[in-house]
Structures are given as structure tokens and as C-alpha cells.
Design a protein around this ligand. Sequence first.
Ligand code: PGA
Length: 250
Amino acid sequence: MRQPMVAGNWKMNGSSDSVKELMNGIKAGMGGVNAEVVVCPPFVYIPSVADAIGDSGIKLGAQNMCDQDAGAFTGEVSGPMLKDVGCEYVIIGHSERRAMYGETDEVTAIKYGAVLKNGLKPIFCIGETLEEREQGITEQVVGRQIDAILNSDGVASLANAVLAYEPVWAIGTGKTASPEQAQEVHAFIRNKIAEQDKVIAEGLRILYGGSMNSANAAELRSQPDIDGGLIGGASLKAEDFLVICSAGQG
Ligand code: PGA
């Protein structure tokens, strides 16, 4: 049985006060969740969120990481630093980083390897643009993005990783993939991994991301190959995030 996961990607949002309030809200509702709950704050708030987490069982993640461990890399944050402040997960390959910060398949693969090398777990994001979906090449695109990490780190590396299928056209748009659309791609991903290693594929958590919210979470989470969600906008309100974290699991 795969343990479901719901991870909040706060992106570049929040303030000292709002982060405190959000954490208090999430902690108050942890009794009802049926998933591993992860929050990924902006770097500067990670230490205060780590304090707030206490013994609540909430896990901590970062949104990005440098592939180098230390040195003259102005503006970057390394794996050892993230470990030092209590992170367990790191989001890698988010479509915003791919589109706005030039992260190619090659860059995402290097970062993925660096996360693992540091004893952290990547939440590796993949997904097609609207244009690619309309061209009917969703599986090629997602397949290519996964091949980048399979070719560099091998299928066994997925034992310590989580994948997140996030169709770019669904991120922040309010346009969610239908449960059937999402399940179809999730099944493709699991089958692709199974061609190399059935046991790894069976144990691999594949999250859905892209306008998942309190209204559609239960149906998405009930799909057989959807093991939870990577949540942007709806993770910024404790009440909405908690509904997603406790949505009925199939
Ligand atoms: P969204 O973002 O939930 O706001 O669509 C998801 C993500 O980018 O991870």
C-alpha cells in the first residue's frame, strides 16, 4: 500500500505573520488527515516553519535546490543547508522553474541527483503544456522528462523519490485535469516505470498537481494511480488544504 501524500507548494507567497497563521491552522486540523502532509515554504520561512511543525508530524520541503554543496554560488541554497534546517523533501523540475528559469531536462536531472546525494527526497515534477496536449504528444513529453532522471540516476533512485504529474495548462488556471485525464497519464507513468522495475513502480507515489482544490480533491484522489496532490493556491488557506489532506482515499 502506498501512503498518500499531500504537499503544499507555497511558491513565493507569505509573510512572517501569514506563515504563522497558516501553520497554526494546519496543525489544528492534523487529526483528520489521511495522507503524509508536507509544506514547502519559501526558503526564508523554512526555519520558522520548522519550529512551528514541532511534533505535529508535518514534513518540511523546499521548492528548489542548488546542485552544488557550498561555495561561490550567489543567491543559491544547497542540499546540506536544507538538511540542516530540517527539510526532508525538495521540489525539482516544477514547470515554473522550467519555463521561467531555464531549467532543462538536463538541469532537472542534475538537481534530482544532488537532492538524493544529500539524503533528501525529490518531488520531481513533470507535465505537458496545452500546446503539447493538443498535439497529442503528452506521453512523449512526460516520457522524455522521466527519461532524463532514469538515464542519469536509474530506476532504483525512484525508491527515494516522489513524482508529481502537473499538466502546465492546469497550474494556477482553475482548469483541473478531469480525474480520467489525470488517471490516464498516471497509469502511463506507472507502466513506464514498471517496464524497468515492477516493485519500484508499485511503490512509487505519483501526485497530481494543477488546480487541485477542496471541491475536486476527493474525486482525483480516488483514482487508482493518483497517490495525492501537489497543491499551489489551495495550500495557502489552512481550511482548504486540510480538506484536500483528508479527502476520501480510494
Ligand atoms: P496550483 O499549483 O494548485 O495553484 O494549480 C500547483 C503547483 O504548481 O504545484
